[in-house]
Design a protein around this ligand. Sequence first.
Ligand code: PMP
Length: 322
Amino acid sequence: VKWTEGRGWHDAQLVPYAPLSIDPANMTLHYAQTIFEGLKAYRQPDGAVATFRPDANARRFQYSARRLGMPELPVETFIAACDALVTQDKAWVPASGEESLYLRPFMFATEVGLGVKPANEYLFIVIASPAGAYFPGGVKPVSVWLSEEYVRATPGGTGAAKTGGNYAASLVAQAQAAERGCDQVVWLDAIERRWIEEMGGMNLYFVYGNRVVTPELTGSLLPGITRDSLLTIAADLGYEVAEGRISVEDWKAAAEDGSLTEVFACGTAAVITPVGSVKSTRADWTVGDGQPGEVTMKLRKALLDIQTGAGSDTHGWMHPLG
Ligand code: PMP
């Protein structure tokens, strides 16, 4: 779907996947006016296909557009585009279980010019790719590297938007994590480098026995849709749920005195991933016994049951495509 100043959205098309031809002076290539989303379509037990909370992705896409000075795509257009792509060949959606069809809606400036200003022309596209189960050999805890040198986002910046620049800013820290033998980066706040924000592509939850806490939305972390869903699911399952501030010192101290029983990360790609160990320039520590925790696995099952249709969709989160 195209957008042009003065004309609005026009020319929706369903076309075979193919490379795009881009002008070397395309504004996006220079100034990164680009936003994206990620959501999944799951096969249901009756053979039908459904996407998980596409309206939430559509609204976050509108927020990202506003923050990047781009036109907002109507929620219905976002959902209709995803639906049209999936339903043109539902055989694309894997047959069962945790496998899914990952959808990647995105929008970027198509105007040509070297002036730094919001563009007058944009293109919205949805592509898709089948996604296997994230942990085909069983759920395995990840190790994380606390990034103290680099930050992903700053107050007043674009951290709460899903825009390419946030990921560009995080690439060297991801490489540092890999050099230290860690799977993922954990980001701290930019000012004090003390408060836990999120992981490279997932939000975090801390479990203290019966109490689950996730870092509050400060404006510099992404408001994950999985994070939001788990606030509800955890309450449904009878846990005490809170959004709050968790510092690096609190994480280490609570892990060592045993009051912090589990930590997990959550996002569309992996759903829920246990966090087993932490490395930083100051100290290394483990969480629990390094195995996937009971609360983590209960929440993971409850969410996947809704997504795959094995459980009932009590919150009306599934969007059926027939
Ligand atoms: N944080 C970041 C930086 C992400 O890229 C993602 C993935 N979209 C998440 C958190 C989790 O968000 P969601 O649950 O909406 O996938």
